[in-house]
Design a protein around this ligand. Sequence first.
Ligand SMILES: NC(=O)C1=CN([C@@H]2O[C@H](COP(=O)(O)OP(=O)(O)OC[C@H]3O[C@@H](n4cnc5c(N)ncnc54)[C@H](OP(=O)(O)O)[C@@H]3O)[C@@H](O)[C@H]2O)[C@@H](O)CC1
Ligand SMILES: Nc1ncnc2c1ncn2[C@@H]1O[C@H](COP(=O)(O)OP(=O)(O)OP(=O)(O)O)[C@@H](O)[C@H]1O
Ligand SMILES: [Mg+2]
Length: 372
Amino acid sequence: MSSSVALSGCFENCMWASSAVFRRQLFLIRSLGGHCCRVHMERMQGAEGARAATLEADAEGVIRKITPVMDPRLYKGQAGKIAVIGGCREYTGAPYFAAISALKIGADLSHVFCTKDAATVIKSYSPELIVHPVLEESYGVRDDEKASVFGKVVGEVKKWMERFDCLVVGPGLGRDTFLLDCVSGIIRHAREANIPIVIDGDGLFLVMNNLDLVKGYHLAVLTPNINEYKRLVDKVLDCEVNDQEASEQLKLLARWIGDVTIFRKGKLDLISDGETVSKVSISGSPRRCGGQGDILSGSVAVFSSWARQHLSSTKETTEKSLSNPMVLGSIAASALLRKSAALAFASKKRATLTTDIIECLGGSLEVISPAG
Ligand SMILES: NC(=O)C1=CN([C@@H]2O[C@H](COP(=O)(O)OP(=O)(O)OC[C@H]3O[C@@H](n4cnc5c(N)ncnc54)[C@H](OP(=O)(O)O)[C@@H]3O)[C@@H](O)[C@H]2O)[C@@H](O)CC1
Ligand SMILES: Nc1ncnc2c1ncn2[C@@H]1O[C@H](COP(=O)(O)OP(=O)(O)OP(=O)(O)O)[C@@H](O)[C@H]1O
Ligand SMILES: [Mg+2]
């Protein structure tokens, strides 16, 4: 069987959910206990053979290609307008890290949509950010007010939606049920408006329980850390993480969810849109202070916006995944985060904090793609 025929067969597998064949397979998988991934893997391997090892991405080449030149004819906003949906009573650092990283890399405007409790705190970290105190948690809303507050919250974000090049949903969002309902409404509007979305942190918690929010949306990137990836694999593939077949499992996960890009964060970063898998293993920092994933989500937002702009202005024909702006943006963000973390660690050692890494973003980008 040709590999393309086999691949399309595999895709069809993802559509089994409503068929009798799928129910029979599910029964078989369940009867085998925790071996469902092996079953899937064998199907994949049967389909594609033992595919070539996952290639290291030419991340610096990608950065050079998509980073826009500094052109005095550009006006404010053309280098990127990013919005972070996140920030609640508990977490104010995460949305700040994501939003400020976007600016430090070169976006022109960075907004944060958060709860009232978080807004003043985030504003006090930086006057550069545009902060909207619009999200509401259950404790502040009576049951009989919920429908109207929902409409107001979603409406406030929708007013701005079309101006954004990318949304980052989840850093420091929390897990309040009413707040997450409103964020589901925001994601639906973003999809309708064709706005790319990076889903991270508690945004992944939301999406994992409502896969339809991202299913089939080619402009969505999911950025799970080690715990979030475990939960995603468990929920979607109904099995455990398989590190021996990491690339195949990731590819399968992206296909199973449907047309999204998944960025699996870890000792090495793996990125797949279900077509190919790219690896970025540039050495980073051994410090694992919280917040590095937040820098990454803001960075993916900027680079994927730049990749989208680049691709729409060139007629390059290339491999399908390398014409996927979300994959290119993810590869670029991974490399820049890792280089910046290494640079920060070289001078700060054990005292390295997320804010130190953010300070290294500009310098690290300058080495790869000088501003002029
Ligand atoms: N400076 C800041 O502001 C930073 C803020 N950050 C923000 O923190 C948030 C969580 O992200 P994280 O990375 O801690 O998630 P992760 O590793 O899955 O969780 C570890 C364990 O905690 C638990 N758990 C988590 N949230 C829970 C909840 N609301 N309620 C109850 N349990 C919860 C979780 O349990 P489980 O999901 O398994 O039930 C798991 O066992 C997210 O918004 C992120 O952006 C970070 O970006 C760092 C910098
Ligand atoms: N062991 C490691 N060695 C080197 N770099 C790593 C390692 N683990 C993660 N990273 C880098 O740090 C980035 C953030 O990953 P991490 O797993 O810390 O995210 P996170 O847990 O979501 O972070 P946050 O604390 O912001 O929520 C990854 O993209 C990766 O490049
Ligand atoms: Mg995180």
